[in-house]
Design a protein around this ligand. Structure first.
Ligand SMILES: [Zn+2]
Length: 113
């Protein structure tokens, strides 16, 4: 389950940032995750609760902001919304689209004290 290593990276980043800015606790973490980022949200929440233990983020809340997948279709030359890799273009049914966004995984904001 790669969600554990993702969470280790996230917790490491947020606790380091909080410490560097002179804060002792992380209260809340907002994560932006693209719908095509290949992350299981349930698994991520589960991993977060385990990885945060014994850190300054031990009781931090996790807020997940889902970002839709956006692509540019080469067949019909339109911007389209996609939910999964290998889905056909919702407008023309073609598969020649290029993903523009939707694979993000980033920390948007922190609440610290
Ligand atoms: Zn198309």
């Amino acid at each position: 389950m790669h969600e554990f290593s993702l969470c280790e990276g996230i917790i490491d980043t947020v606790t380091t940032q909080a410490r560097q800015q002179g804060f002792s606790r992380v209260r809340r973490v907002w994560l932006e995750i693209g719908e095509l980022a290949n992350v299981e949200l349930e698994a991520l929440r589960f991993a977060f609760e385990i990885v945060r233990q014994d850190t300054t983020a031990a009781d931090a809340e996790l807020d997940i902001i889902s970002l839709p997948g956006r692509a540019h279709c080469l067949d019909c030359a339109q911007p389209v919304a996609v939910q999964q890799h290998f889905d056909p273009c919702p407008l023309c049914g073609g598969y020649q689209w290029r993903l523009v966004s939707g694979t993000e995984l980033r920390i948007k904001e922190l609440e610290v004290e």
